[in-house]
Design a protein around this ligand. Sequence first.
Ligand code: BDP
Length: 333
Amino acid sequence: MTPTTGRRRRSLFAAVAAAALGVLGLAATPAAAQEWRGWNIHAADYPNGVGMDAFTRLVAERTNNRIRMRTFHSAQLGQQDEAIQQMRLGTIDFANFNLSPFNNLAPSTNVVTLPFLFRDVGHMQRAIDGPAGEAIARDLEAIGIVALSWYDAGARSLYTTRPVRAPADLRGMKIRVQTSDLWIDLMRALGANPTPLPFGEVFTSLQSGVIDGAENNWPSYESTRHFEVARFYSTTEHSNVPEVLAVSAQRWRRLNEQERAILRDAARESAAIQRRSWADRERVSRERVVAAGVTVIEIADRAPWAALMEPVYAKYAADARLAELVRAIRGMQ
Ligand code: BDP
């Protein structure tokens, strides 16, 4: 046998072996190497992107690159609702989501979205790192999503193209909300016309007058440049809904216990990094929009706003399990 035929035979063997593996549905790459696709709605330098990049780095290091993850930042893999579907199908492997788009799918996420529930960020963190997080993780698992850790998202406030000082000013205004029945009812209770839209369409919708406002935290208001087209920010701080770092159950099922422990630890560490970065960015974003001439309307007394939220609580915290969770959260120190 000449060296050339030897090589040819070997490469023929490799091709047959690869085809056989293909038929069996196995990759022809080294047995355990995995390439995961991650979704992030924000830019890479947003606190959530910083957290996700820390997560993927830690996982790669601790699995000797057996699990390699790549985050596609800036909604490159689509808008939020599609990304949730893709996570459930397993075509996106991991992601960071706000919990509001799960409101219609995972009942306990409504609890942490409820208006004026948390006294401050610390209260929200104790709830999500405790009983609320446990309930939400169970509900998410039932729809094919495994929650690993919780990210901060600050307080959400209203921003509009005309000044809003009291709920009466909102009458008839079209305000963008995330896809969630709770958010639709919340805006209606305030007297506004809720308009569900993907995050990526808010800027042009404000610009063209399709909507008169939206609501979000300081970093999202700033990073999306919504502040250029909606110049009034009213500090209603009506919701502190947090976010989740999650993995598709399709992937999770195929991991062994050691790999799961690595992912859980890395996710918790990434949340600590995200939360630190969040606290800085909230301050910086506020300073940036104020420097850009935005009018900040300080809502000193939130009681008249909170008083209108009765029907939202009656509808979304009515069932015994959720009512109990609300009670437990309120009772937390
Ligand atoms: C931001 C969240 C992001 C949401 C967005 C929104 O971080 O996940 O998609 O709000 O309002 O604060 O759609």
